[in-house]
Design a protein around this ligand. Structure first.
Ligand SMILES: *[C@@H]1O[C@H](CO)[C@@H](O)[C@H](O)[C@H]1NC(C)=O
Ligand SMILES: *[C@@H]1O[C@H](CO)[C@@H](O)[C@H](O)[C@H]1NC(C)=O
Ligand SMILES: *[C@@H]1O[C@H](CO)[C@@H](O)[C@H](O)[C@H]1NC(C)=O
Ligand SMILES: *[C@@H]1O[C@H](CO)[C@@H](O)[C@H](O)[C@H]1NC(C)=O
Ligand SMILES: *[C@@H]1O[C@H](CO)[C@@H](O)[C@H](O)[C@H]1NC(C)=O
Ligand SMILES: *[C@@H]1O[C@H](CO)[C@@H](O)[C@H](O)[C@H]1NC(C)=O
Length: 489
């Protein structure tokens, strides 16, 4: 149902641009992915615990000599003055034979040595963590409408941590492989490559080896984050290479379970007055949410109606303005989020001087242009489990902190989908539901469960939580790092 929704809207908005198909609608093709799953019965699924069964062998480690210094960013073109933190970016080869390399951008904190290291992963599958997470959500800079200069985001997450943005898997953003078959990838290879990346990256930045380490992400990273955490904890027990000091994970509007995803979406779009009662009941009585594929023509008919009647809204934040044209003037207040920002980012990141400053495409031989999300990656996705809830449950028994947070105006991975997924995991409540506060206002709601598992909502924002609520998002993130529930007053 949701797949069709985004497809319809994407066509609507993309008529004048073949490059940026998610502009103004959001920039995560997750719902297209869900739809493509339904029409691809030959899709190969892995079962929960599959990564557990993978034999351990030491990962490839390349020489990192001199690379940290070479990766230092002097300044990004158009960057404002007075930047008081260091930035590094470049490639880490994760497979020498295939020539496969992942691109990272490290944005250190002002007082770097006293702060933890946090990995950030966007979803898709196929979406860039630099172009999306860093430049539209929680990174230190936003691109101005001139597409050339940057302004500083005062609520960037590097206020609280050293932020490591990883473009994953190869084929996403600036990450690439010289072996084209690598672009037929999936959950398993993504987890393994991300692990190899981390082991190598820590050789390049050995000062971070013993630092507290957290993995964060959103959307389809609801698959990436728990599976990478599982692989790290498993390898930590047997490796003779670097032990990764993983302390916790946190995922926003997380895509974690196909059944609760479909059920929760239908309930959200109905209760938020986006579809009629007739369509809602038509879906309920004709669709089997436990089934992977459309269970009947009647189900498909009502789902198509549900897609159509919602109209031209941004499903990733149902109350937000949309980008009606790439030349629409920016919002009058500079602190208001600009729904056309993806156009500016795309132009900025496709500028040769910007790519040089980031240490990419120096010779101009990297096939381009850079894109916010990669269609070939998500269209050729090879494996994923129907659910990662068992992986998440297992992580909570290993002593690490696990948070699921949710922007409450997202209709794509709606807050209801997360609540139903948590019900399915059957944790017992330790701290009952309460409103948390930020600057005197309710920032959202929180429930603390046993085993350091926490559910937090962020009020008045969508799928891309920090874009529309940067202050609340930073408060939530700081609480997560400190291992405290968000403030009750
Ligand atoms: C990919 O091929 C280019 C051109 O031969 C080469 O410069 C680059 O180092 C290769 N990438 C990797 C990761 O080996
Ligand atoms: C940086 O962190 C160190 C260690 O925690 C602390 O002693 C120092 O005061 C901090 N400096 C600033 C400017 O926050
Ligand atoms: C780790 O173990 C592998 C065999 O499993 C061995 O080939 C390798 O040399 C070992 N590495 C170190 C650093 O001890
Ligand atoms: C829904 O689908 C599941 C999984 O295919 C199946 O076990 C169940 O019987 C179906 N329920 C109904 C009401 O058809
Ligand atoms: C690399 O540079 C060339 C020449 O400027 C350009 O055509 C290509 O799109 C760039 N690659 C990426 C990924 O932006
Ligand atoms: C929760 O986290 C704290 C510290 O972060 C740790 O001491 C404690 O053992 C954890 N509890 C569980 C049940 O894992």
């Amino acid at each position: 149902m949701t797949g069709k929704l985004v497809l319809t809207l994407a066509i609507f908005f993309c008529i004048d641009s073949s490059v940026q198909c998610y502009v103004g609608v959001g920039n995560d093709p997750l719902t297209r992915h869900i739809r493509s799953r339904r029409s691809k019965p030959s899709f190969s699924y892995v079962t929960e615990g599959d990564l557990d069964g993978v034999e351990y062998s030491p990962v490839y480690i390349g020489s990192q000599k001199g690379l940290k210094e070479a990766n230092k960013i002097v300044a990004l073109p158009g960057q404002p003055d007075g930047i008081d933190f260091d930035q590094y970016s470049g490639y880490v080869t994760v497979d020498q034979k295939a020539s496969r390399a992942l691109f990272y951008w490290l944005v250190e904190s002002q007082n770097s040595s006293s702060k933890p290291l946090v990995l950030w992963l966007n979803g898709g599958p196929g979406c860039s963590s630099v172009g999306n997470g860093a430049f539209t959500e929680l990174g230190p800079f936003r691109v101005n409408s001139d597409r050339k200069t940057l302004w500083r985001n005062p609520y960037a997450w590097n206020n609280a941590a050293n932020m490591l943005f990883l473009e994953s898997p190869a084929g996403v953003g600036f990450s690439y492989s010289n072996t084209s078959s690598d672009y037929h990838t999936g959950d398993k290879k993504t987890a393994k490559d991300s692990y190899t990346f981390l082991v190598n990256w820590l050789e390049r930045f050995p000062e971070y080896k013993t630092r507290d380490f957290f993995i964060t992400g959103e959307s389809y990273a609801g698959h990436y984050v728990p599976q990478l955490a599982q692989l790290i904890l498993k390898n930590n027990k047997i490796t003779n290479q670097t032990v990764i000091n993983l302390k916790g994970i946190s995922i926003g509007n997380a895509y974690v379970d196909i059944e609760t995803q479909n059920r929760g979406t239908n309930d959200f779009i109905w209760s938020h007055a986006l579809i009629s009662d007739e369509i809602y009941h038509g879906v309920i009585s004709n669709c089997n949410f436990s089934s992977r594929y459309y269970s009947s023509d009647a189900c498909a008919k009502f789902q198509n109606q549900a897609d159509a009647v919602q109209g031209k809204i941004d499903p990733y934040n149902i109350y937000a303005p949309v980008c009606l044209s790439s030349s629409q003037p920016p919002p009058s207040r500079p602190d208001q989020f600009d729904p056309c920002i993806n156009y500016y980012i795309s132009d900025y990141l496709n500028t040769p001087a910007v790519q040089h400053a980031f240490h990419v495409n120096i010779t101009g031989s990297l096939p381009g242009p850079w894109a916010s999300c990669s269609d070939p990656i998500f269209e050729n996705w090879q494996d994923e489990p129907d659910s990662v809830l068992e992986v998440i449950k297992k992580l909570t028994t290993s002593g690490i902190r696990v948070w699921l947070y949710s922007g409450d105006a997202d209709a794509v991975v709606a807050v209801t989908t997360t609540k139903y997924a948590i019900q399915k995991m059957k944790f017992s409540v330790k701290t009952p539901w309460y409103p948390w506060y930020d600057h005197g206002e309710v920032g959202g709601y929180v429930v603390g469960y046993e085993k350091n598992f926490t559910f937090v909502t962020i009020r008045g924002t969508g799928h891309f939580v920090p874009s529309y609520q940067p202050v609340r998002a930073l408060t939530m993130f700081t609480s997560f790092l400190e291992g405290k529930l968000p403030p009750s007053s």
